[in-house]
Write a protein that binds this ligand. Structure first.
Ligand SMILES: Nc1ncnc2c1ncn2[C@@H]1O[C@H](COP(=O)(O)OP(=O)(O)OP(=O)(O)O)[C@@H](O)[C@H]1O
Ligand SMILES: [Mg+2]
Length: 256
């Protein structure tokens, strides 16, 4: 199923039912969190996103309380889309971690009689296989969100940057494309787009920006000689790590 079909189907679910439970699973950076958020916005629904890890706490019982709170706020703000990212964090195989399985059974009982009125509950995960079967059965709908195909890669890139390129390699995620586009857009480096994507190969895993940087770094002189790359472009290409949100960016360092 492509993104267009997925969005259409989800939109229909959000419109036709009183409430719903949906599991979106698949590789990283494919829109599992973004798509429901965007649909909520389109439909004028409230939207809350939280990671399962953030619900949890070192205190036993806190995770359950936080989950209830999220649902309660959703009821007040209904119709509401609630996105619980990395939902596997609380839906592991029962009994694996005692404190987690409390949350698992709480989740299972929350949705034991079906969806909650006015609440569209989305769980997202990269690995649904670790979810226990009872929790899995609580999701009325389950969709596999795959990496983009060739046409989608082209379309997403065009969406973010306004022009097209061919041959964005397979294995590159929507997030990779969005990041690459914003990186290239800053300097309007149209001519380097192919070069850039060359390094976003499946072997580089697409998501591994350290590796991409390394690959570019290793070939730096080659790139320079072959393409006659301007110095600031090389810097631009080698500074992809600034887009890793978990790190302090060089810019922040400078200003701070
Ligand atoms: N279908 C899409 N079309 C255009 N851009 C997209 C699409 N999917 C994702 N993106 C871009 O990629 C970014 C990451 O997407 P998102 O966070 O929804 O991925 P995810 O599947 O939830 O990833 P993870 O598994 O790592 O949580 C988005 O902020 C958006 O910019
Ligand atoms: Mg996500």
């Amino acid at each position: 199923m492509g993104y267009t079909e997925l969005k259409d189907e989800l939109k229909e679910i959000l419109q036709r039912e009183e409430g719903s439970t949906v599991l979106l699973y698949g590789p990283k950076g494919t829109g599992k969190s973004t798509i429901p958020k965007a649909l909520a916005k389109t439909l004028g629904y409230s939207c809350m996103e939280k990671s399962a890890a953030a619900l949890q706490n070192k205190f036993v019982g806190e995770g359950i309380k936080n989950l209830d709170e999220l649902i309660d706020i959703g009821k007040i703000m209904a119709p509401a889309v609630i996105i619980l990212d990395e939902v596997t964090g609380i839906l592991e195989h029962a009994g694996l971690f005692s404190h987690k399985s409390d949350e698992t059974s709480h989740f299972n009982s929350l949705f034991s009689t079906g969806p909650i009125k006015g609440i569209y509950f989305f769980g997202t995960t990269n690995n649904p296989t670790v979810i226990n079967t009872t929790s899995l059965s609580r999701f009325e709908h389950k969709f596999f969100v795959d990496l983009p195909d060739a046409e989608e890669r082209k379309g997403i890139f065009r969406h973010y940057i306004g022009w097209e390129i061919e041959n964005i390699p397979e294995g590159v995620s929507c997030r990779d494309i969005q990041r690459a586009a914003s990186l290239l857009k800053r300097k309007n480096e149209r001519e380097y787009s192919h070069l850039f994507f060359q390094y976003l190969t499946p072997e580089n895993k697409g998501q591994n920006w350290e590796k991409v940087r390394e690959a570019i770094g290793d070939d730096l002189s080659l790139i320079k000689d072959y393409f006659g790359v301007k110095k600031d472009t090389v810097e631009l290409l080698t500074s992809v790590e600034v887009y890793d949100k978990n790190k302090t960016t060089p810019r922040e360092k400078k200003n701070g």
